[in-house]
Design a binder for this molecule. Structure first.
Ligand code: ASP
Ligand code: MG
Length: 406
């Protein structure tokens, strides 16, 4: 008998059939003797739809009103789930973020949790019911409704699991776990039984879409055991837990990210203060810089290249161009057709040769490396976007990920 927090993503509750399926699953868990707390996301693509509606009536909607609008999506889902549970004879009650005790700061559209006062949820559980909590929402200290941001339902689930001291936080989604790489690109990709928090965080930073990075950070900090699994096949998925040193795999996964573009500031004088000033201007404009490379200088000038998300390219270009004279730069270029390919694994900390094998494999396949960056457990190369799928496939084979068992 376990206390489980089960979070269902948008595709898992997309329509009445899905909602009934989820209710059936919850009933099965209860029959087994488990206590269940549900967290639901908005149905299907409803959050996108609400964002679009806001855009139709306003060029610059107020954060407070955006949050009031977006949180309506999850509210529909929890009421319907609770009704479906009642149909099966399972006593249940739905709660908005505010009712569930999620107190946040007032940073609308991307609020942070400051406290979880879960007494009502606890009381509901103790009364033998299934509490169904709206994901990604809370209430500010000024008593305004707040939204935790895209992917925020994962964070709601983890925070509840921590507050209730649950045995596990299960994130149900439309994939059956965390894979060694994207199975749509490499059919040999394997689902992992488990992965460490550090590796999962690096994968999220490298572009792996699920689970949301912030929720993994939260789970890591509070040691909440995560289980990423399918709401379609219901089979066991991938556990995200503390690292088991014995199990540390050299490389666990290959991740490609084509959501960034490369900017190059050419011919800047190689002297103190240029990078400081360039990246200060970018940071002040909230531009999210990822990889940075500065070349060796020849004749006292050098190039600085960095990557930014596609939706910030024009902003970043504008900043570089407007300060180009001040830096004494020769020009600014951007390239949207790049992909960042990363190999990740905690075992590389203690094993040499991981980067060498990556570079050799890319070279053997005639794939040019444009930029390189590393962390203790990740090596990333920026390559031409047209070669990214091929790069992922040859790297997956080179590290023998299709046949290693972890
Ligand atoms: N429905 C919201 C979104 O799609 C929140 C969530 O599901 O995490 O971002
Ligand atoms: Mg979602």
């Amino acid at each position: 008998m376990a206390l489980l927090v089960q979070k269902f993503g948008g595709s898992s509750v997309a329509d009445p059939d899905r909602i009934r399926e989820v209710a059936n699953h919850v009933a099965r868990c209860r029959n087994r003797g488990d206590q269940v707390v549900l967290v639901a996301s908005a149905m299907g693509k409803e959050t996108d739809e609400l964002l679009r509606l806001a855009g139709d009536v306003s060029g610059d909607p107020l954060g407070r009103e955006m949050d009031m609008l977006i949180t309506a999506g999850e509210r529909k889902a929890i009421a319907l789930l609770s009704m479906a549970l009642h149909e099966l004879g399972v006593d249940s009650e739905s709660f908005t973020g505010s009712q569930a005790g999620f107190v946040t700061n007032a940073n609308h559209t991307n609020a942070r949790i400051v406290d979880v006062r879960a007494d009502r949820i606890l009381a509901s559980l103790n009364a033998g019911r299934v509490p169904v909590v709206a994901g990604a929402q809370g209430v500010s200290q000024e008593a305004n409704v707040t939204f935790l941001g895209r992917g925020g339902s994962d964070t709601t689930a983890v925070a509840l699991a921590k507050a209730l001291d649950a045995d596990a936080c299960e994130l149900y989604t439309d994939v059956s776990g965390v894979f060694t790489t994207d199975p749509r690109v490499v059919p040999e990709a394997r689902r992992m039984h488990s992965i460490s928090f550090d590796e999962m965080l690096e994968m999220a930073a490298a572009g792996c879409p699920k689970p949301a990075m912030r929720s993994v950070e939260y789970a890591h900090r509070h040691n909440v055991r995560l289980h990423v699994r399918s709401a379609f096949t219901w089979e066991p998925g991938t556990w995200v837990t503390e690292e088991d040193p014995v199990e540390a795999a050299l490389i666990r996964s290959v991740v490609a990210d084509d959501t960034e573009a490369k900017l190059t500031v050419q011919g800047v004088p190689d002297k103190p203060g240029i990078a400081a000033s360039l990246f200060r201007h970018l940071a002040d404009a909230d531009v999210n810089v990822d990889l940075i490379v500065q070349n060796v200088s020849t004749d006292g000038v050098t190039d600085i290249s960095f990557t930014v998300p596609h939706d910030q390219v024009s902003q970043a270009l504008g900043i570089c161009e407007s300060h180009s004279d001040e830096f004494g730069a020769g020009g600014v270029r951007s390239d949207n057709r790049i992909s960042k390919v990363s190999v990740i694994g905690a075992g590389m900390k203690s094993n040499p040769g991981v980067a060498a094998l990556m570079f050799q494999t890319l070279a053997d396949n005639g794939i040019n490396i444009e930029m390189i960056s590393t962390s203790a457990i990740r090596v990333s190369c920026v390559v031409d976007q047209d070669r990214a799928d091929e790069a992922v496939a040859v790297l997956h084979a080179a590290y023998e990920l299709e046949s290693t068992d972890f």
